[in-house]
Ligand binder design. Structure first.
Ligand code: BGC
Length: 781
């Protein structure tokens, strides 16, 4: 029989006043009281009992009976760990209460229960899903973030979860990193301010509707080489240059979090020059605990200890981590035949028994854990607060909670481009337009607008949870307008006043979201949609709403887009988008990630402003049309440099095409392509030549597309040039017609391997003949 605690509300019940949760049963325990309780408890515990407190297994791999047997201190439900009975809030509450009852009845110390509630209590069906942090960074509103944190904590406590693994305080300097959207952006002060607002809102005064927060992942994750998740930070920890970045930038948000009494800090999977943070004593004990004075719980990342480098056994890794200062071990899966949590438990026990771990170190860890539990009131009133707070279920995903999320969506929208149409800007005219065509991969898809960490760890497309899609939100906010949904852009010319294309990244989380620069682009179907609309109605203004977790390359689309809005990953309440587009709300957001023209310039974007498409802080108002500061740095003007296109100055390329010696492209094989953005001085026929190399007798067959349309197919023989770096100029006999203006030139190899140093286009005559075919598909290039 499950024991469901009937809650007796103390004083005012938990009431939501227009999005503001009034806390009840405030815990105002003095530090002396906390200390006294903790040391009394600690003194009465056996070594085994203490070690149990340091273990945090995942609910997927421990039973309530085992919790009692090992006197476990905490459990978590990691991404996608849904109850077996269903995924409703009640299922979560029932599951947790079983574990909690087992702990309390078994040994009288309640469990902490951790979840990744990173944008709402996002593992639970139909919870209120808020914008991911990238959008909240843009909104830059501390009060709003506090509200979001409070609402999230109350939805968590309704299911028993009292510990959230958020906020992420990383400062992403390379958006190839798949966790960029979990952060507030690249700026340390902003992350400090908003992260701490979250912590305050979530922890409140440690009442029965609050949840302890986690500042994560300590430290440096946003500067890992090439943006690799769990990757290497290419400095020794004690390197002077690194210590300067650490002190001046990386620590800023953590210091603020500690000042605001954050109760836990999660250690990063990253390494410093190969040495993993999980075993780093200087970092955990000396810096975090001694120097910064952190008094809460230091927790590993999920199986983070496993990654400690060197030829160490699992036991040795755990011991190393305990000695580095780790207080709690988040563990799942198996170590050989036994659940890893048991292996971690035994490792610590053996470590103490054979003198490798000092018992004081264990006492330090367990005091921290007990203090947090006591301060949260989990022992109070016969453990009443330790169970799921079922009174709060009535408010789970309530209209009031969703109103907070909707407000956050509206406030996070960031206007990056806003063209002038006749005498005023597009965004100031939009709400007066009647006939709107809507399309794009995220227009009508709840999964897409929520991104990762939604219901499952990775999230997914489709109807995965309750909410309002962005398209449905348009109809809700502007019921008098005609919205037409298109999947392919087959629209009639002159029928519409504007197109709104909601386009985004498919959901991902953690390393599954790491990308190569060439992969940070719109999907083929979204690009085709833009092109089709342009083709069918060239003068129709297009508004792009980007539901992306980070900057992506839109250099080749930007001229076709009359307005660009960075929406982040808005969550469940899509109507917030229309509150700005068609309602009375003004654009409020500012960009928090420097947005390069090309993702291949991510590393230069902070030092070379010509590589920046949208600068940090950009955020226009409806009637503002401030143009971008620089021009496309990859635009090649064929009226200059004798029409030479240096091969390495591509805008995009097939992933297998390589750049060699910083000057030529190599591995240019059948079906592989490179694209160039070119300014063609006049519509004419051109002579195409290539400075090319091959070390066997070869042919050079090429297909050339202009803006996706096949213009030219040709082939020329090439004799062995004498080596892969012996270039010779090869002139193609066929002439190519090219149209005047700015275009994307896509050159596809149709033959065997050859290297290209440069292409050249020289005017031949003015007999310009456009291709006589209707547009064809681009093949597999
Ligand atoms: C992530 C953490 C998360 C943990 C628990 C890990 O893979 O790195 O951020 O809190 O899983 O789900």
């Amino acid at each position: 029989m499950k024991r469901h605690w009937k809650r007796i509300a103390v004083g005012v019940s938990s009431v939501l006043l227009l999005g503001s949760v009034v806390s009840v049963n405030a815990n105002t325990k003095s530090s002396a009281e906390i200390q006294e309780f903790t040391s009394e408890r600690l003194n009465s515990m056996t070594l085994e009992q203490k070690i149990g407190q340091m273990i945090q297994p995942d609910t997927r791999n421990i039973t309530p009976e085992e919790v009692a047997e090992y006197q476990i201190g905490s459990i978590l439900s990691g991404g996608g760990a849904q109850p077996t009975t269903g995924n409703r809030a009640e299922d979560w509450a029932d599951r947790f209460d079983e574990y909690q009852k087992s702990a309390i009845d078994g040994f009288g110390i309640p469990l902490l229960y951790g979840v990744d509630a990173v944008h709402g209590h996002n593992g639970v069906s139909d919870a209120t899903m808020f914008p991911h942090n990238v959008g909240l960074g843009q909104a830059n509103d501390e009060k709003l973030i506090q509200e979001i944190a409070k609402v999230t904590a109350s939805e968590m406590r309704a299911t028993g979860a009292n510990w959230t693994f958020t906020p992420t305080l990383g400062l992403p300097k390379n958006e190839r990193w798949g966790r960029t959207y979990e952060t507030y952006g690249e700026n340390a002060e902003l992350s400090a301010k908003l992260g701490s607002a979250y912590i305050k809102g979530s922890q409140g005064n440690f009442s029965e509707d609050n949840a302890i927060a986690t500042a994560k992942h300590f430290i440096g994750e946003g500067i890992a080489k090439d943006g690799v998740n769990q990757g290497d930070i290419p400095y020794d920890y004690s390197d002077e240059e690194f210590q300067k970045v650490l002190k001046e930038e990386l620590l800023v948000p953590y210091k603020e979090a500690i000042k605001n009494d954050v109760k836990s800090i999660m250690i990063t999977y990253n390494s410093f020059n190969g040495s993993k943070a999980h075993g780093n004593k200087e970092l955990i004990s000396e810096l975090l605990k001694d120097e910064l004075g952190f008094k809460g719980i230091v927790i590993t990342d999920y199986n983070g200890v496993d990654q400690i480098e060197g030829d160490l056994s699992y036991e040795e890794k755990v011991i190393k981590s305990v000695n580095a200062g780790m207080d709690m071990f988040m563990v799942d899966e198996y170590e050989g035949d036994i659940p890893k949590w048991k292996a971690a438990y035994e490792a610590i026990l053996n470590g103490v028994n054979d003198g490798q771990i000092d018992e004081d170190r264990i006492d330090d860890a367990v005091s921290r854990i007990l203090s947090v539990k006591y301060e949260m009131g989990l022992f109070d009133n016969d453990f009443e607060n330790a169970y799921a707070n079922r009174d709060l279920l009535a408010d789970f995903a309530s209209d009031d909670h969703k109103a907070v999320a909707r407000e956050a969506v509206a406030k996070s929208l960031t206007l990056l481009k806003n063209s002038e149409l006749s005498d005023s800007t597009l965004m100031s005219q939009l709400s007066n337009m009647e006939n709107i065509v809507v399309g794009g991969s995220s227009a009508n898809d709840i999964g897409m607008q929520n991104g990762g960490w939604t219901i499952t760890w990775q999230g997914s497309k489709g109807n995965i949870t309750e909410g309002t899609t962005i398209y449905d939100g348009m109809k809700e906010v502007a019921p008098d307008k005609n919205f037409t949904l298109t999947s392919n852009g087959a629209i009639q010319k002159g029928k519409f006043d504007a197109a709104i294309l909601v386009m985004g990244e498919e959901p991902y989380a953690e390393y599954a979201g790491d990308r190569k620069p060439d992969e940070l682009v719109l999907s083929n179907s979204d690009i085709a949609l833009i092109n089709k609309i342009k083709e069918n109605d060239p003068n129709l203004p297009i508004v792009a709403v980007l539901t992306v977790g980070r900057p992506i390359t839109i250099a080749n689309q930007i001229d076709s887009l009359d307005a660009v809005i960075m929406a982040g990953l808005p969550g469940s309440e899509g109507a917030g988008v229309s509150d700005v587009l068609f309602g009375n709300e003004e654009f409020n957001g500012n960009l928090t990630l420097t947005w390069p023209w090309y993702a291949s310039d991510i590393e230069e974007k902070f030092t070379d402003s010509s590589k920046v498409l949208f600068e940090y802080g950009r955020g226009l108002k409806k009637n503002e049309s401030t143009p971008v500061a620089t021009n496309d740095p990859r635009l090649i003007d064929l009226s200059k440099n004798d029409g030479v296109i240096e091969a390495e100055n591509y805008a995009t390329k097939h992933p297998e095409v390589q750049v060699e010696n910083n000057k030529n492209i190599a591995h240019f094989w059948e079906d592989r392509y490179v694209t160039y953005n070119v300014q063609i001085p006049k519509s004419a026929r051109y002579i195409l030549s290539l400075n090319v190399a091959a070390n066997f007798d070869n042919t050079v067959p090429l297909d050339i597309y202009v803006d996706g349309v096949l213009y030219y197919s040709t082939s020329e023989n090439l004799s062995n040039t004498g080596g892969w770096d012996k270039f010779e100029l090869l002139e193609m006999s066929d002439k190519i017609s090219l149209p005047e203006g700015k275009h994307e030139l896509k050159i596809v190899s149709q033959g065997r391997d050859f290297n290209v140093d440069y292409f050249q286009l020289v005017e031949f005559d003015d007999e310009f003949t456009p291709p006589d075919t209707t547009p064809v598909s681009e093949g597999t290039g």
